[in-house]
Each structure stands twice: as C-alpha cells, then as structure tokens.
Design a protein around this ligand. Sequence first.
Ligand SMILES: [Cu+2]
Length: 465
Amino acid sequence: MNLSRRDLVGASGLALLSATAVSGRVQAQSIPEAPTTTTNTMQPPIYPTSGPDYQPVVTLNGWTLPWRQNGDWKEFHLVAEPVEREMAPGMIARLWGYNGQSPGPTIEAVEGDKVRIFVTNRLPEHTTIHWHGMLLPNGMDGVGGLTQPHIKPGKTFVYEFELKKSGTFMYHPHADEMVQMAMGMMGFFVIHPRDPKQHRVDRDFVFLLSSYDIDPGNYVPKVAEMLNFNMWTFNTRVFPGIDHLVVAQGDRVRVRVGNLTMTNHPIHMHGYDFEVTCTDGGWVRPEARWPEVTIDIPVGAMRAYEFDAIYPGDWALHCHKSHHTMNAMGHDIRTFIGVNKKEFAKRMKRLVPDYMPMGNAGMADMGEMEMPLPDNTLPMMTGFGQFGPIEMGGMFTVVKVREGLAAGNYKDPGWYKHPAGTVAWEWKGPAPAIASAPGAKPVPQARPAVQVVKPGSKPGGHGNH
Ligand SMILES: [Cu+2]
C-alpha cells in the first residue's frame, strides 16, 4: 500500500503529530496530506490511539482513511480522481473514485467529533460531496447549486461539521450524479458511539453495493445508463475477487451494507438468522428488531445486521437476485434447455472453430469451462471451492467462521474442514424406480435433433441395444 503516514493519525502516528504541531492557526492553513492507495486487498483496521475506544471496521477489499488531529478537529483529505480498479483478477475497470480507489476509503470517527474534510477535485468536471444520512448545517450538505457552488476541477473545498450521532453513513457526489456514481464515486462513513460499550461488536465489516455497465472487452463503464447494468459488485469487486468475511467462532459480528446502485438487493446469508440493528437513519431499538435471513437493501439506503457466530463453516453471502451473481454476459443468450445442439455444433465448428454450444442442460457447464473470452473480460460464472466450481460471479462471497481465530486476524483460513459425516453424500445403493402416477404421460424434455434410423429397425424404435 502506497500510504504515506506523515502528519497523519494512523495506527501509531499520534505522538509524531503532537510533536510537529506548531499552532492551530498555521495548521488550519495547511492542507493535510491525502493518502492514496492502488491496492485492492483489505487493509488492517485502524485502531484508535486517543479518545474513546472503539472496534474499527474493516472494509472488504478496501481501507480506512487516516486523519490528522488539529486542535479540536479531525482533518481528512479526499481527492476525487480517475482510478483503476481490478474487479477480479483478469479485469480492470477505469473509473472515478477517491484517493486511488473506487470505492473511496472508509471514513471513521466518533460521535461528538468535529471533522474538517478537505475535498480536492482532480476530475475533468466539477463535483461535490454529499454526506448521506448525516445531521449537519445545511451549507455542508454538498448539493451542488443548492447548498454550495460546485467544486471546479483543480479546486479544493472544505467541509466542517460536528458528528451529532453514531451510525453508518455514506458519501457520494451530488453533482452530475448519474455519471459520477456510474463511474464509482462513493464511500462509507462510520461514526462510532462515544460510549465504547454501546453497540460493541467483535468484528465489523462494511461494503457498498455498486453496479457498472461494462461490455465484455471494455474498460470504461457506459454512463448514460438507467437500468441495464451488467457488473454487480461489493465494493467494486465481483466474485471470486471479493474478500471473505473471516470470523472467530463466538464473535458478535456486524455487517454494514450500503446500496448505491439503481435497484434493490436482497442480501442473503446462509447458516444464520440475524437482526437488522442499524439503518442510515440510526440504530434500531432492540424491541423493534425481528429475525431475518435475507434483507432487502433499498436504493440509496444502508442496513447493518448482527449475529453471534456460533456455527463454524463456509457460509455463502450473496444477493438473491440470481442475475446479480453473474458477471457480464453477451446479450440475448437464449434458453436452450431441452434442445440437442450436437448436430448444430458440429456444423458451426466448421465455420467458427471456437464455437461452444451452451446450456442444453442448464448453464452449469459454464462454471468449469475455459472459454475463449475477449481481453479484460471475466467469465460469466466462475470460482472454485473445495468440492468443485461454485458457478457464481458478481455479488457473492463467503463468511468463514472458525474456532480459535485471534482477535484482529482477518487472514483467509482456507476451506472449512467438515467433521466426518456432516457433508451431503452420494447414494450408492440400488437406484430408485422413477414413480409416476397411473396414466401420466412422460414430460417431453430433450429430444434428439436427428433421429437415427438403422436399416432393419422400425422407425421411431430404439433398435436392439
Ligand atoms: Cu442484487
């Protein structure tokens, strides 16, 4: 990670900072350095070194923005700029983001903090930042034209406000919004409670849902897009490029998900029931919570849910819209289930040697095939687990709950070792007869495209096998 910590309060920068502080006034006139990163791997959380204690969040495939303490103020510096984001190994997207990546770094602070956020615009057009869900003075709300002039390319603006309440918020432009969000400009803003015991958890994960329209072989999203997106991401990554959520058995776990796509996402987690404990409007009172295994996350909203990680295993966590667990596909794939394309494929291969018939028994064969693809294109469904192809893409990852993980250890523990006798197994005994109701006609499924009639056999008969 290309992260300069000079003048910044990170894991251990505080002593250095107070030693170099000259006076509040001089400092206020200098802009804090803007740390930047080009990596897409999860960075270790930044633990507080002063002020109230809190459990810092970890951002899937992302990082937290270091800050500088300046008198009463926590100072941050965001830079809006063009970035490259690897969506998964084999595909780079050319996007707009903040401080080297899309999404931008997560901002973390504590209820009651005063924050000063410098925003520098290195985009080719104007921008602003809106602090979604935050209670703040109207002139700090970041709506270009309405509450402030736009930030022109090359200019820096300063936002200052006090953090009135804890919770989960987001930031994104409120200027040429359709384009700038379709290009990946967004980030999380987490405010921890002032009381370290309030809403305390052992692990706290954050990710944003974002979507892009990038045709196979392309790098830049189409921005004049209303609904027809084809890359569905957690923090601008797709399966199998999304970090796993590594959890120690017995931990209290929070997962915070924000939706800045243009459609809703029913986020489903296997193996557990959980409760929604926070929205971007605030914490949900305990008596108002109910159990869920899937939560629909509306457009422009955040949901945080919590569970006690009792059950070890590799538990899938994904959007339940099945086309959102797919990567971009060619348009107009037709349904071929039940069609025998063998003869057709033979003829096609004479014309197009790479031609591959697809989907006459479903599309599962796509998960294991190495099909020739254009450059910078991911397979539509891919990824392998310990038992074979997982046949997913897009919004899919795994919650890995393991016994005995140390606090703060987010390293991938590998695949779950199932206790003997706890994995679904193949029946090897006598095959059952297929029962059918008396008088029922068989349902036609695959029918041979070419009926082979051997000399001497009756047409339509099966010969003498
Ligand atoms: Cu979805």
